[in-house]
Design a protein around this ligand. Sequence first.
Ligand code: ZN
Ligand code: ZN
Length: 356
Amino acid sequence: MSRADRLTELLDREGLDLLLVTDLTNLRYLTGFTGTNGMAVVGREHRRFVTDFRYVEQAAAQVTEFDREEGPRDFVTALGGGWPEGAKRVGFEDHKVSIRQHARIREVMPAGIELVPAGALVEELRAVKEAQELDAIRAASQLADAALTTILERGVVGRPEREIALELEHEMRRQGADEPSFASIVASAERGARPHAGASGEPIPAGTLLTIDWGAKLDGYCSDCTRTFATGEVSDELAEIYALTQRAQQAALDAVAPGPTGAEVDRIARDIISAEGHGEHFGHGLGHGVGLEVHEGPTLSAQRGDDALVSGHVVTVEPGIYIPGVGGVRIEDLAFVTVDGHDVATGLSKDLQIIT
Ligand code: ZN
Ligand code: ZN
């Protein structure tokens, strides 16, 4: 069954005749199209794809299961016609469409068709991966691991964080990545206490912790991993929060399997960290889904982790402890939920390693 066929099952559930797909990532997922201007309309017997003249040739090669059509550059205009008979309720991606775009779509569409907010239906499909998607994510993870290994071999202490981030991103591309999944985080010393620190122009000192959070995108699919290293002997306090984060990360990772909700897996890591008095230093959720986007469903967090894990989910497990003014630790793995447990895509050691 094609992805579009599976989408129509969700349309039935939602009482929709058709879905208008305008989000480019969702469009790629459904049609294979990787250009930057296009849309699709999907229904039970209806597979319509519209792009403008710049992408006609590309679409002919990529979009094989849809009726392709060339529209004007402002391709939304094409929605003035082409509707199948009896179309009444058409869903749109209200979490992605701007108010202006919505007004424009409403303006050109026939008055008799109702435009209904449909939410994240394609994202719901995307959360459960197919075998070929898992292969792509695994390959992206392996590439990212290899790139970091190369960078660490060159030495990092005394060099600016930003230079390491830049070299890492260059190395990922050199090894064949489309691009980095996101701007790499390279954060040492007290900067490591900020979960989304980025990379500063400051040199990486000896005798502290260094957190690197990086990922590669390969064939459109992302990887995501974090490791924290010691740049020499570190204080007892830093060594303790490292050991505690590692214990919490492993316990939560061990629980990744079909069954528990994202909130329940989050709770496992949070309880371990809170029991040692660091609950307030773990201020973010445990993890997130990864696929065509580096953050997608499902969510592993206390507030938004209602969904139970199922086979095919790809999730990160990334607890952290951040002590303002002192430093921080985060350890992140990328795990595939299997029928009876999980596989881990990220391969680098999680024992505290001293690097120079
Ligand atoms: Zn990450
Ligand atoms: Zn992550």
